[in-house]
Unconditional design. Structure first.
Lengths: 346, 497
């Protein structure tokens, strides 16, 4: 027999060493929410080629980063604004991670979770250092790696938010027992594996996308073409997996609402991402069949244009969002499966 | 230098090399395993397997696709190791060298290397572009300061000034040396321009002349509508000036390279030990070195002279006569508040005459553009950027193509006559722009210059060309909706001529 389901009412903030801590959860949600704009601004840095707008690191034109006069960067050139605010936001993410570690060590009894928060802190430090290396080495390859690991940190933050939630700690058992009592389907292994494969596919997709975005003059055109075909192929795969998840959710009414909602969100994000991807190609390179359509024939790309930059950066940010959302889906799916299999069907 | 020597190493094992390279000031993180070696290994391995394992009829088809996939995977792997870095360098014109090697049956390796050396002496490298001193005339074509700003690596300063402009804005399409073989090139239509032929389409000078600085700058401001060539109107004026310098620089450099390679293939006696350029001779045989250098200099000067002369070759356009309205008729309505349903007679008649000329034998526009201008005439031509390297063989012949494609050439595509009914023109849509296009043709494409009176008794008159302009401007299916006030400005500009 399984353990009796803990009654939520009995669990205060610290009543159970392994129980839910509102502080830890809130901090991790805030961290996740704070990382999304960080990713946007990071995307803008690349879109505007502002990566070398500040030549030193961790200082800013010789100043301490925090003392750098706002009049210079806030009202200065756009590149400087973008690069400096990316650095400040990055620091904020670092500080939040530190707070999270402290909170976890004081309030969360799960040893693996504490270690996880430490890992999270390490990750943010490494990410900051990579950003610094990009500047110090003036190296576009490092910029690309930094761009690939950023979304990874975003996904880790989202995972932390999921794993510190009340639902994660308390609900699945309750839900599972009520489901099995009603004779409904619990989360099946298919959904779990599908969700995990979405995570893997969308991250691969992001890496290939970074190859296209951080392209340098030394890349042969056959290679770039190969990457484009790969990006298209993976886009199809991601869309297929996301559709599979959606259909599973539609036909399996017994899935926990948390899993279903996250699946709907990730599916919507994938649709948006496909549209943004097509848009990104058009505003960067135009379509090779411009004369098919009067609008395309009369469109002139505006380099560094407002809409152009917005579309491209949104494509980057949505890519990161999909990875985070599929992390959420996968974690929730595995969790509800793990807890539901603990409860024997009767 | 101090901050560089802090030598942060992002990738574990490569770290030692990185630090070493950084200490040397090269910041080349890839000295250990160049990506190409890994790729070459994969390519070799794959060919090896393919030639053993697969039935013959499978080989060619599968090979190409699987081959590319392998290269991509290989690069992904090496990227993960952080070894993507290559010092940017000006690649030699391999496609031309290959073509000469095949058509003239001469080995081109030595010549290619020599020419590369000469070019580096004169023009430097992508990181430190040079401008030869012997080209400094009274009116310098290029400023070294602007050249330095456009070249080099991308960065910006506290004032928001950008550096490394060509690498920031152009390289992905036009390639480091302006060969139009940048990474994105294969997927664009039309292909990005190869500056090395020194031929440009949209300019105020006739075919055979270089564009003026202002032509290039206007092109950068305007972009090329309907193609991947963007408008850079949001850049600072000084950025555009620097980029203009850089285009001229690359074009002259590339044209010189072509001349020297051609000379080497056609004139030099390789077996007799003749060389285009031999830097070692500077010490061993100063006389020979001076001779070689002098020849290269004079060739360079010839090309540069064409650029300096462009300004004087601009053909001023006399506007249409006062009694002939030119433009889209909706503009006239806006300008003179005429009733929409009554197109002014003079314009209507001009359009009708224009149509006749368009379909007639002298202008023979319809031969290519089709009787209604829909672009459905002759379809099987090639532009000169393609003909240049397909000289002597049929561009559709895969056997003959394959050695060229291996050197990086792009698959030949037919240049199609434009569909003129779309109401947008790549070289600008003002009447003056169209007049120029019609009279001068479009360099590098089959679109010919028009025979004109009085030079050619069978030719057309300026007024007849304005009739064709009127016909073109009113040809588009929805010219009413696409006409804008800028068209109006264009037409008044033409009148002021």
């Amino acid at each position: 027999m399984a353990d009796p389901t803990p009654d939520p009412k009995h669990i205060g903030d610290r009543s159970l060493a392994t129980g839910y801590s509102a502080l830890v959860h809130r901090l991790s949600v805030i961290l996740t929410v704070a990382v999304f704009p960080l990713i946007w601004v990071g995307g803008l840095v690349t879109t505007y080629d502002a990566g070398m707008a500040v030549p030193d690191w961790p200082g800013t034109y010789g100043w301490n980063m925090f003392a750098y006069p706002a009049s210079t960067w806030l009202f200065g050139p756009f590149d400087l604004l973008v690069e400096h605010s990316h650095r400040l936001l990055g620091t904020l993410a670092g500080l939040l991670s530190i707070a999270l570690v402290v909170a976890a060590f004081r309030n969360d009894g799960r040893p693996w979770f504490r270690r996880w928060t430490l890992l999270l802190l390490l990750a943010v430090i490494a990410q900051g250092a990579l950003g610094g290396a990009r500047v110090l080495l003036d190296e576009r390859t490092v910029a690309m790696i930094h761009g690939c690991t950023g979304p990874l940190f975003f996904a880790m933050a989202a995972a932390t938010a999921v794993m510190s939630s009340r639902w994660w700690i308390e609900r699945p058992a309750a839900e599972a027992s009520s489901q099995t009592a009603l004779g409904q389907n619990a989360t099946g292994p298919f959904l779990c594996w599908l969700a995990s494969s979405l995570l893997v596919a969308s991250y691969l997709q992001l890496i290939v996308g970074a190859q296209l975005r951080h392209v340098t003059g030394s890349v042969p055109h056959s290679l770039f073409k190969g990457f484009v075909h790969m990006h298209l192929g993976l886009a199809g795969l991601v869309a297929l997996i996301a559709s599979g998840l959606l259909l599973t959710c539609i036909f399996n009414g017994g899935l926990p609402a948390r899993v279903r909602r996250a699946v709907f969100l990730v599916f919507a994000a994938v649709l948006l991402q496909i549209a943004l991807g097509i848009g990104t190609w058009i505003v960067n390179y135009a379509l090779p069949w411009a004369e098919l359509n009067a609008w395309l024939a009369s469109y002139t790309i505006s380099a560094k244009g407002y809409w152009e930059s917005l579309v491209v950066t949104a494509h980057v940010a949505t890519g990161a969002l999909i990875i985070s959302l599929s992390t959420v889906v996968a974690l929730r799916a595995w969790r509800s499966r793990a807890t539901s299999t603990q409860v024997p069907a009767n | 230098m101090r901050r560089r020597s802090s030598g942060f190493s992002p990738q574990g094992q490569g770290g030692a090399e990185v630090k070493h390279a950084v200490a040397l000031g090269q910041a080349d993180s890839c000295s250990a395993i160049p990506r190409n070696q890994i790729e070459m290994f994969l390519v070799w391995k794959f060919r090896h397997l393919a030639s053993r394992g697969l039935p013959a009829r499978w080989q060619t088809a599968t090979r190409a696709a699987a081959f590319r996939a392998l290269i991509v995977v290989g690069s992904l792997l090496t990227m993960a190791v952080g070894c993507n870095r290559q010092q940017p360098s000006f690649e030699p014109n391999r496609v031309l060298a290959k073509r000469l090697e095949l058509s003239e049956s001469v080995p081109m390796e030595q010549a290619t290397a020599d020419v590369g050396q000469a070019l580096e002496v004169l023009f430097g490298t992508p990181d430190t572009p040079k401008w030869p001193e012997f080209l400094d005339g009274e009116q310098p074509l290029i400023s070294r300061e602007r050249l330095a700003r456009a070249g080099g690596a991308v960065s910006s300063d506290e004032e928001g000034r950008h550096f490394g402009l060509f690498r920031e804005h152009c390289v992905s399409c036009h390639g480091t040396n302006g060969d139009g073989l940048g990474p994105t090139a294969a997927l664009l239509n039309p292909y990005p321009r190869d500056f090395r032929l020194g031929k440009f389409k949209f300019k105020s000078t006739p075919i055979g002349s270089k564009p003026t600085r202002d032509d290039l700058k206007q092109l950068l401001l305007r972009g090329v509508v309907g193609t991947s060539m963007p408008s850079f109107s949001l850049l600072e004026d000084e950025d555009l000036e620097a980029l203009t310098d850089y285009v001229i620089y690359l074009s002259i450099r590339g044209e010189l390279e072509r001349r020297l390679l051609n000379e080497a293939a056609l004139e030099l006696d390789f077996d007799g030990g003749e060389r285009v350029f031999d830097e070692a001779a500077k010490e061993s045989d100063p006389e020979l070195y001076a001779e070689q250098m002098l020849h290269i200099q004079s060739q360079t000067q010839r090309i540069a002279k064409q650029w300096s002369e462009a300004e004087s070759q601009v053909v001023a356009i006399e506007g249409p006569p006062a009694e002939l309205p030119v433009g889209r008729w909706v503009d006239l309505r806006a300008a003179e508040s005429i009733n929409l349903s009554q197109m002014p007679d003079a314009l209507e008649q001009s359009i009708a005459r224009g149509k006749q000329l368009f379909q007639g034998n002298v202008a023979s526009c319809a031969f290519c553009h089709g009787p209604e201008g829909a672009g459905d005439g002759q379809q099987n031509n090639y532009d000169e950027w393609t003909r240049d390297w397909t000289l002597g063989f049929d561009p559709r012949d895969p056997e003959a193509l394959s050695p060229m494609l291996e050197e990086g050439a792009l698959k030949p595509r037919n240049i199609l006559p434009r569909n003129l009914r779309l109401g947008v023109f790549r070289g600008g849509s003002s009447p003056a722009d169209l007049y120029r296009r019609i009279v001068f043709g479009i360099e590098g494409t089959p679109m010919p210059a028009l025979p004109m009176k009085p030079d050619n008794p069978q030719g057309l008159t300026a007024n007849q060309v304005w009739d064709i302009v009127n016909y073109l401007l009113n040809l588009s299916d929805d010219s009413l909706s696409t006409a804008t006030t800028s068209d109006l400005e264009g037409s008044s500009q033409a009148k002021n001529g």
